[in-house]
Design a protein around this ligand. Structure first.
Ligand code: GLA
Length: 730
């Protein structure tokens, strides 16, 4: 709910309050963001900020208005605030833009187009007018009451008589006092996406993000600012994300007056948007939340928000068998039909034909763009295999990499100018491919038409939408500073058209694994391939890191062979299964080559997963042990009623002398009896919720890495187990 009274705006969600005021000079000043406070108390907060400063610029001879120390809602460059600002504007006249509050409006529909959050309960826009030019900047706030989330963005309207250069446009600025907080970002690389990283915030500025044209494996847009002692279960925390898939920026700085300034938005490195007269620019939405019970509390807010207000597809996600690691490029009608026979027997629900089915593609050097079947591999067309699969009541899925073009392709021979490249300089390629210029309307039309034809001709239920190279030579000439943004907006236009036309086709997002795991893609793809690395040791880190910002219901995890194709590390099949079950389970095994015993293990895994999968969506997910610093990852997922759930434990190293693991469960009903069991291992206890939460669950020592082989006892690293939790009675 939003109120604006006595010059103070208070935005309340279920458990949080966000307050700002408009100063006598027409700036919006941050007052408070945190746990909910009663309405009408804002004056207490204003007093606190009236400081007299020695070394600061001030407004209009008013020494109490120290610009460097004020906590603003949004700062414009060149107006006395020497900290990094949120917006830099310039025009050909070299004007300095003096933005002053004009009015506000509650409840108006937001101007965000294409990718956006949906289902907000309230909105407010603040209108700032430029004193010396016809430029308007609106600051928007949308409220998601139930998930304790607020989203923020800005709109710039150029009514002046000349073009306006936007050099920097952050979607959000949040100023607050520094009292020892730390910054937590999620970084990595291919096969090592979203590893948790903690940074001390010294008197400096930490800027990270991506300038690759994609949200990236190197730095996810999600981040947390938490109290010094905060952990998964304790401490005041703020979490942030961006509804955007392109180059992004996270900026956290601490100034000489011990203020923190937190900002996120489009990456400003090389950015310059040329806003023609009469036009407007809307920034991506920044999503923010507060929780007072540690990282789990902000993660749970984000999980709820993403499931309810970002992901649009609401249908069932099938358990899929993907052909990639099973056959790689060596795919054919015979192989896929054999896999389909076995997949049906084992309980899979979808078969996704990965790379290699189209053009003359036998490796990664050709054919991207030629989206018609390779007749040497599928002599009777893809319809035949699609029918074969669907006649078995399996969903039919197909891999596409629509944004790319190979030099060796019919598409390139016909339309080489569609590829992004700059003549006269050395060519840079990645995975032998170039990116298509999606800002060209002909390219967009070509993609929409060819993908529509594929969907209709082959009756496609599921698309794996891949993206395997980053940007290098940015096209766009005079407008190259806005090219990467326009590219992403063009991609969203294509996805918007296709998802509107085919609402039942599921799109799995993918970018060399999890390189574009972000809220922008999640608007169109309800699930994203978490990483190419499916080895459980790596996966436990990747999935845990991802869970800080994203619900397990959007993560696709595959059971794949041991030793792992990515790390060559060997792992027990049950461990692979346990880790893959924490999310959307699928597989890339060549099931036609598995022994009968292995097939039984995997069929059983699918059967068990079908019993827990209704918990995956909408669950309350908690990290009970921080495996980035400890030996175990422990995850608990409970359904909304707190009746049914599961705990998955991943134990990294076997230690000869070690205590039994004791796990304090969370979120149970104190007075209800719960059965916690793993019947395969004869483990079962019954206790009240209060006992399980306060005393904890003690696991027998043989769960810590000891596994019995047929004739000897082996000590094994990287083991996992899953326990079922079931409420039984009062
Ligand atoms: C990328 C994806 C993989 C697979 C291959 C196919 O690397 O991440 O899952 O689809 O492309 O070429």
């Amino acid at each position: 709910m939003i109120t604006f009274k006595d010059n103070i705006c208070q935005i309340n969600t279920l458990n949080t309050s966000y307050l700002f005021t408009i100063t006598k000079y027409g700036d919006a000043m941050q007052l408070y963001y945190g746990a909910k406070i009663p309405n009408g108390e804002g004056n207490v907060l204003i007093q606190k900020r009236s400081l007299l400063l020695v070394n600061s610029l001030y407004m209009d001879k008013d020494v109490s208005y120290g610009i460097d120390d004020m906590q603003f809602e949004y700062s414009y460059a060149h107006r006395g605030d020497s900290r990094p600002c949120a917006m830099t504007l310039r025009n050909e006249n070299g004007e300095v833009f003096d933005m002053v509050f004009d009015c506000y409006k509650i409840g108006e529909n937001p101007p965000t187009k294409l990718t956006k959050s949906h289902g907000h309960s309230d909105s407010i826009k603040l209108v700032f007018k430029c004193l010396n030019s016809d430029i308007i900047v609106e600051h928007w706030y949308l409220v998601y009451e139930d998930s304790d989330v607020i989203s923020r963005f800005v709109r710039v309207i150029n009514n002046s008589n000349c073009e306006l250069d936007i050099f920097k446009v952050m979607s959000m600025q949040l100023d607050m006092e520094y009292n020892g907080q730390k910054l937590i970002t999620f970084n990595g690389a291919w096969g090592r996406e979203r590893y948790k990283n903690c940074h001390e915030i010294a008197q400096c500025r930490i800027v990270c993000g991506s300038n690759t044209g994609m949200s990236s494996a190197e730095c996810n847009p999600f981040f947390i600012v938490g109290e010094q002692t905060s952990s998964n279960t304790k401490g005041d925390c703020f979490a942030f994300n961006l509804v955007y898939s392109g180059s992004h920026e996270i900026s956290v700085g601490r100034d000489s007056f011990d203020n923190l300034r937190i900002m996120n938005g489009i990456n400003s490195d090389g950015f310059c948007y040329k806003l023609a007269k009469g036009c407007e620019f809307v920034s991506p939405e920044s999503v923010i939340t507060f929780g007072k019970d540690g990282y789990n509390s902000v993660s749970q807010n984000m999980h709820k928000f993403i499931e309810n207000n970002i992901v649009r597809y609401k249908g069932t996600i099938p358990i899929m068998l993907n052909t990639w690691e099973a056959v790689y490029f060596d795919i054919s009608y015979e192989k896929v039909s054999q896999i389909a026979d076995k997949a049906k027997e084992m309980g899979f629900e979808a078969l996704v034909i990965d790379d290699g089915w189209f053009g003359v593609r036998n490796d990664d050097t050709s054919s991207l763009g030629d989206w018609f079947e390779n007749t040497a591999k599928f002599p009777n067309g893809l319809e035949q295999i699609s029918k074969y699969i669907q006649n078995k009541d399996l969903k039919f899925g197909i891999w596409l990499e629509p944004e790319m073009i190979s030099e060796n392709s019919d598409l390139y021979r016909k339309n080489s100018h569609w590829a992004i490249k700059i003549d006269g300089i050395r060519e840079i390629v990645g995975r032998n491919q170039m990116i298509l210029d999606l800002t060209n309307v002909d390219v967009r039309e070509y993609l929409i038409n060819s993908i529509s034809q594929i969907i209709e001709k082959y009756n496609v239920d599921y698309i794996k939408w891949d993206y395997n190279r980053r940007f290098s030579d940015i096209a766009g000439g005079r407008k190259s500073g806005q090219y990467l943004h326009e590219y992403i907006m063009s991609l969203y236009e294509i996805l918007e058209t296709l998802t509107t036309k085919y609402p039942n086709v599921i799109i799995e997002g993918c970018a060399s694994g999890g390189g574009r795991f972000d809220l922008g893609m999640l608007c169109y793809s309800p699930i994203i391939w978490t990483s190419d690395n499916t080895n459980p040791h790596s996966r436990a880190h990747i999935q845990d890191g991802t869970s800080y910002g994203y619900p397990i219901s959007v993560m696709i995890n595959h059971i794949s062979p041991s030793p792992s194709h990515q790390t060559a590390r060997a792992t027990l099949p049950q461990t692979v299964i346990d880790i893959a079950s924490v999310g959307r389970m699928g597989s890339q095994l060549d099931i036609t080559k598995c022994s009968e015993q292995e097939c039984d293990i995997y069929s059983n895994a699918i059967k068990n997963y079908k019993n827990i999968r209704n918990i995956i969506h909408g669950c309350s997910f908690s990290r009970l042990s921080d495996g980035f610093v400890q030996n175990d990852f422990v995850w608990q997922a409970m359904d909304e009623q707190c009746n049914n759930g599961f705990i998955t434990i991943f134990h990294k190293r076997f230690n000869t002398v070690s205590k039994s693991l004791k796990i304090k469960l969370t979120g149970l009903n104190a007075d209800i009896n719960y059965n916690v069991y793993d019947r395969n291992r004869n483990f079962e206890i019954t206790a009240k919720g209060a006992t399980l939460m306060n005393v904890g669950l003690v696991l027998p020592q043989n769960y810590q890495g000891n596994e019995k082989n047929s004739n000897s006892l082996m000590l094994i690293d990287d083991t996992a187990l899953t326990l079922t939790i079931q409420a039984i009675s009062k």
